[in-house]
Design a protein. Structure first.
Length: 485
């Protein structure tokens, strides 16, 4: 079964490894994304030049925003970008389609260029400028937006990088010439120019390769989540004594002895809006620890390669390839149930549980189980959609064969603090929104304690005999080969 780039194009994985590119999956995206800080902090001048180019473009936008009114056409062309789905990275988990950078991102960027970004290129606290600043101040902009924006701004480099590999290592029969829009910005004409490249082709579209040393997982090095969670440390590290006193006074004046963590984070957000200089000092702290960003990135990429490339290839070759599993008949609910039970069998009774471990330690993420589940649907006649949202929030999977036969599948961690509430209400709400009464709830646990917890919850809800709730034992301490995980 051709899953990865090297499988489909029949090249030695060591060749791609030597080139430095990630061996992407051509079934669904891998959960990695470009972190712009890795460009800024790189020892490679080429990467630093890319980061400088991004800042130059943002400076151009800032100058145009400050200079006067922009009509809708210019906002559309300068501020809004499609997702570069051809790099097969991100968190869509079903194929490689995403949402891109639409009106919300454009609005946030347009507004912040007049405030947060008004000193771009003229920083006094930080060593340089960083587009991640946008996600620090605006709750509507996350890591995916920052990564998508970065990918668009360095798309020309990524296309050249891929073309160089294709011309050197791939047969002309598996490549095509593509004319691609918006690969380089022309500051003379103030417009995006297209370019023509020879690129590997798959299912009628081109593929973009990405260097591994600019990729990370979970969060960018400069992240809003960390900014909000390390409020005390960041406040006390402010070098300006007067600013530090003002910040601490304002922060603690909003709290009581009974304030919970959520209330503290909300108070800290108000402090940041009142004293935006905090952002620059936080960024400087992250700049000073730039070497740690590289170490972290290397570890996360290695973890992803082990989990979603090496182990998945082994999983597929052992249990899926050449089997009759993919031709299962029946309606969508029964098909989904059979695939969940198949995955459960492999995880519990074979060595499939290894998919959720890295260096012997469990990686507890719902999205990892969702990605593995997606591989069991390869070549299915059903339509398998990830994160379908019909107004009540996204459901993990909706499997359908026309409007009259559909089923939902939700994945949960046994250690999820909201598990009981989710089991009570969430899936039923999704069923109503998706006009179906068929759904499965899959719960994975990694320890004896987690197993006991979920069984207690099911008894309390009188659901312990519900066949639509399926438990998966991913413990590493009760398997025959646990010592070699």
């Amino acid at each position: 079964m051709d899953i990865y780039f090297t499988d489909y194009f029949a090249i030695d994985p060591d060749v791609l490894e030597e080139y430095g590119a990630l061996n992407v999956s051509l079934i669904n995206d891998l959960p990695l994304f470009i972190d712009p800080f890795l460009l800024f902090n790189s020892e490679k001048q080429e990467y630093r030049d890319l980061h400088d180019g991004m800042i130059a473009y943002l400076s151009f936008l800032r100058d145009r925003v400050i200079g006067g009114h922009l009509d809708e056409g210019l906002v559309q062309r300068w501020f809004r970008f499609p997702e570069v789905k051809q790099n097969w990275l991100g968190y869509s988990r079903t194929g490689n389609n995403g949402t891109g950078l639409g009106r919300d991102f454009a609005t946030a960027l347009h507004g912040n260029l007049q405030t947060v970004f008004n000193s771009f290129g003229n920083e006094h606290v930080t060593k340089g400028s960083h587009i991640e600043k946008l996600c620090l101040i605006d709750t509507g902009v996350g890591r995916d937006n920052i990564s998508d924006f970065t990918t668009n701004l360095i798309k020309g480099f990524l296309l050249d990088y891929t073309q160089t590999f294709a011309l050197q290592f791939l047969s002309p029969k598996v490549c095509r010439r593509y004319t691609i829009d918006r690969v380089q910005f022309n500051y003379s004409t103030e417009s995006w120019a297209c370019g023509t490249y020879t690129l590997p082709t798959f299912n009628g579209d081109f593929i973009i390769l990405t260097p591994k040393d600019i990729l990370t997982k979970d969060e960018t090095w400069i992240s809003r989540e960390e900014l909000l969670s390390r409020y005390s440390e960041i406040a006390n590290a402010l070098p300006d004594q007067q600013l530090r006193a003002q910040v601490n006074h304002y922060f603690y004046s909003q709290l009581t002895k009974k304030s919970k963590e959520k209330e503290k984070k909300e108070a800290w957000q108000r402090v940041i809006h009142a004293y935006p200089a905090i952002l620059d000092h936080y960024i400087r702290l992250k700049e000073d620890k730039g070497d740690e960003a590289i170490t972290r990135s290397n570890l996360l990429v290695a973890e992803t390669e082990e989990q979603f490339i090496a182990q998945v290839k082994d999983f597929v070759s052992k249990y899926l390839e050449g089997s009759a599993f993919y031709s299962f008949p029946g309606n969508t609910l029964e098909e989904a149930r059979e695939r969940v039970f198949f995955m459960k069998q492999i995880i519990e009774n074979n060595d499939g549980y290894r998919l959720f471990y890295f260096k012997g330690k469990p990686i507890k993420r719902e999205q990892d189980l969702q990605i593995i589940f997606r591989f069991t649907w390869f070549a299915t006649p059903s339509d398998v959609n990830r994160e379908v949202n019909n107004g009540r929030g996204p459901v993990d999977y909706k499997v359908s064969r026309g409007s009259r036969d559909s089923a939902l599948v939700e994945f949960k961690l046994a250690g999820n603090s909201q598990l009981k509430r989710n089991l009570q209400k969430q899936v039923e709400i999704y069923e109503m929104a998706n006009q179906t009464t068929q759904s499965l709830k899959v719960i994975i646990f990694f320890s004896e304690e987690e197993e006991k917890r979920v069984r207690v919850i099911l008894r309390e809800l009188e659901q312990e005999h519900n066949t639509d709730i399926i438990l998966i034992d991913a413990r590493g301490d009760n398997k025959p080969s646990a010592s070699t995980a």
